[in-house]
Design a protein around this ligand. Structure first.
Ligand code: ZN
Length: 461
């Protein structure tokens, strides 16, 4: 029995962990590295194991940094089974297809650039839409929350609510090899407790070891309510100045969570009833539809809204802009609108166009509501860059920049500690965190052997 680490080692992206037991090889997540050119190149590197040799992939959730290298795994020979919850299955389909489409576009752009410079051929995309489609053929059994599933003889998996995004799970593995039993829980990404929409994380108590995320291992979040109030205030102020509000949004969960609170703001009379809100992200639009299909994932309060026939993500002024032309038409909306657009870290997507049109405007506001990894455009703006380069132009940053961090889909330090404390494992592997956050978190853990794996490192269990 052993585990090895092939991503999210002292970084927050590229999650990919390999468990070997009873002659089988199980991969937990196969995510993309995100946030800068070096990491882009890292995505194309060999996995550190033979894709053909993997029997099953268990997917914790549909974020790109957890499922984004699956099409590459398939392209390189994986022929096994992908097991995940019903909602993750649908969301991951959208996420992988979108990623493939972006990879193809990027490769075409790069090729044109090379041609114009009289240079030879450019490398192709990391993977293509066809690879993503082929990946869907490997979807096998669906995991129900809380129900033990025999992945293979000697390997049982139980998917538990992680409270992070729709369909997200922590995975408990009960392993048996040569008569020896061992249990291991992989946190996946953990959400906050007591938040609307999703159920709270379920703690996999009684396991021997955990592999846990430490994204916010050194930080506490502001409470949610003041953050929601701050958002309303930012919107009100920007409208009064005659500007728009741009919110770079992660398509999954954050976009829907924002719609949820904007709806509440309208219902409570905190925002004008017909506030125009544009969800300008084809993926977020698809995800919102998938959200409406999975009432089994919601907490009591949100489930009750659905039962009453009310859509928690609908508000009077909401417009979906799926087509590029509609998105471009938003450039003519001079004031009084809230625009939600991806990507959350501004590394790609339509938000870059909106930033180009708004960053230089003193009357507008840009609100960051999610994690911004080092090296990303979002992080540079948050850190106070005076100018940023977008589409070959230097853009002055004069808009009001806000970070409202109470919306995080990730547990903060104290919640991570509470999760760990309830399990009290003998061994702890920290992943999915920047090194400083991990070290600071590790110092607070008692009675456990802490490991901070490096890329490719193997541990016997
Ligand atoms: Zn995530």
């Amino acid at each position: 029995m052993r585990i090895s680490f092939h991503g999210a080692d002292r970084g927050v992206t590229g999650s990919c962990h390999l468990v070997e037991c009873a002659g089988k090889r199980i991969l937990i997540d196969c995510g993309l590295y995100q946030g800068g050119r070096e990491l882009d190149e890292e995505n194309g590197e060999p996995f550190g194991f033979e894709p053909r040799s993997i029997d099953h992939v268990l997917l914790t959730h549909a974020h790109l940094d957890h499922c984004g290298r699956l099409p590459l795994l398939v392209q390189r020979g994986f022929r096994g089974e992908i097991i995940t919850t019903a909602a993750t299955r649908e969301l991951a389909r959208v996420v992988m297809l979108d990623s493939a489409h972006l990879q193809e576009e990027e490769a075409r752009r790069h090729a044109r650039y090379q041609t114009r410079r009289g240079k030879g051929s450019a490398p192709g995309p990391l993977y293509a839409v066809l690879d993503a489609l082929n990946t869907l053929d490997h979807y096998g059994r669906t995991a129900a929350y809380g129900r033990r599933l025999e992945v293979a003889p000697g390997i049982d998996a139980t998917f538990l609510d992680a409270g992070h995004i729709l369909g997200s799970a922590s995975i408990r593995l009960d392993l048996e090899e040569h008569g020896r039993r061992y249990s291991l829980a992989l946190s996946g990404d953990l959400g906050n407790s007591g938040r609307p929409i999703l159920r709270d994380p379920v703690v996999p108590v009684g396991v021997d070891a955990v592999v846990m995320e430490a994204t916010y291992g050194d930080r506490l979040h502001k409470p949610l309510e003041p953050s929601v109030e701050e958002l309303y205030q930012v919107i009100e102020d920007a409208f009064r100045r005659g500007g728009n509000v741009i919110i770079p949004t992660f398509a999954l969960e954050r976009a829907q969570e924002l719609l949820y609170f904007l709806r509440e703001g309208v219902e409570k009379g905190r925002l004008p009833r017909n506030t125009p809100v544009f969800l300008d992200s084809p993926m977020a639009i698809s995800a919102t539809v998938i959200f409406q299909h999975h009432p089994e994932c919601y907490d009591e309060e949100t489930a009750a809204l659905f039962r009453k026939g009310k859509d928690p993500f609908e508000l009077p002024g909401l417009r979906f802009t799926r087509e590029t032309a509609d998105s471009m038409a938003l450039n003519r909306v001079a004031s009084g609108a809230v625009i939600l657009a991806g990507s959350g870290m501004c590394t790609g997507g339509r938000v870059r166009h909106h930033l180009k049109h708004h960053l230089w405007r003193e009357d507008s506001s840009v609100v960051f509501v999610g994690f911004a990894a080092r090296g990303t455009l979002a992080r540079r703006i948050i850190d106070g860059a005076r100018t940023v380069r977008l589409f070959g132009e230097d853009i002055r940053v004069r808009a009001h920049i806000h970070t409202v961090n109470g919306f995080s889909a990730h547990a903060d330090r104290d919640e991570l500690l509470a999760w760990h404390h309830r399990i009290d494992p003998k061994r702890t592997f920290l992943v999915h965190g920047e090194e400083q956050a991990m070290r600071s978190f590790a110092e607070r853990l008692d009675h456990t052997q802490v490991e901070m794996p490096t890329l490719g490192q193997i541990f016997d269990l």
